[in-house]
Write a protein that binds this ligand. Sequence first.
Ligand code: ATP
Ligand code: MG
Length: 363
Amino acid sequence: MAAVSITKLCKRFGDTVVLKDVEVMVPDGAFAVLVGPSGCGKSTLLRLLAGLERPTSGSIMFGDREVTKLEPRERDVAMVFQSYALYPHLNVRDNLAFGLKLRKEDPAEIAKRVAEVSEMLGLSALLGRMPKALSGGQRQRVAMGRAVVRRPSLFLFDEPLSNLDAALRAQVRVDIRRLHRELKTTSVYVTHDQVEAMTLADIMFILNGGTVEQSGKPLEIYDAPATRFVAGFLGSPAMNVLDAVVAVEGERVEAVISDGEGQLRVALDPAQFDKLEHGKAVCLGVRPHDLVCGDAGEPGALPMTVTFTEALGGETYAHGELAGFPVVARLAATTLVQPGDLIHLMPQRLHLFDADSGTSLRC
Ligand SMILES: Nc1ncnc2c1ncn2[C@@H]1O[C@H](COP(=O)(O)OP(=O)(O)OP(=O)(O)O)[C@@H](O)[C@H]1O
Ligand SMILES: [Mg+2]
């Protein structure tokens, strides 16, 4: 097992810069998730880790071993892809054993490892089945099992769940988490699904346009996104973001949101944010669950006319506009609201970003 450290990694295909000065540090035994929108370079980064691509510059270390120029087979990694790529003419047992047989491992050892892994992944009853007689989730578990029997020092996963339906995705996600708890093998997992990223990651790296915008523990990033991009990427429904201008009048600091007709003013705490200069253009962010229903006339309450609602049973989303910006508030299911109702929203935790650079102004 080994830590992974990627330093100043760049990758170009011809003139196209795909990865730029990427820095990634994964502690030994950690489950790291690389998450970002389509085309941001996640698979390329994973292929560089596997040795399937060569970097333009930069270095990759597994523990204290530099692997930047090593061939894939010299790296001791196992990769699980989105497509299962099982051998269709081999049953589950032989699919699991294939790599070990190729390496001429002792047959007794092979049988032992296959038994262990199928037990771990709930495949024991399926060992005699052919791939075509398996469900999508079962096939993906066989594909994982094939990686696991090799006992690599690093697992790489490239969107392994994206071919599964929502229920199966949730189930196999739990399997992967449990598997990692048992094996404690350093893992790098790529996804564009923020829920997967939040639930699986010990440490998360958010990629955007070939660079890492933020890294850290999922809940810490969720709680204090470093950029507007990260703020909008994590969380569902997405954070509400409203364009505003800072107004400083003596001790009072406010974000003023206007739509030509009226204005809304939201008090800002100067102890929480830097660079609150009068007239500065900012983006004010507030998550749907940080907008709670208050009473009319309560200081700081923002009036919103509900345009439509989504009742999900456990909670209700109320949609509307604040000074012309679309806003969603997550309300308790017991709050009775209907389209046309006027509600008064009390913003709890605020986020503030520089309108030009998109970086957070949190101190
Ligand atoms: N061999 C290649 N030659 C040229 N461009 C490439 C090559 N491989 C990838 N790219 C480009 O690099 C960028 C990043 O691709 P990559 O596959 O790493 O994205 P991704 O984040 O995995 O996206 P997705 O979520 O859609 O899988 C894309 O713009 C892609 O077109
Ligand atoms: Mg990809």
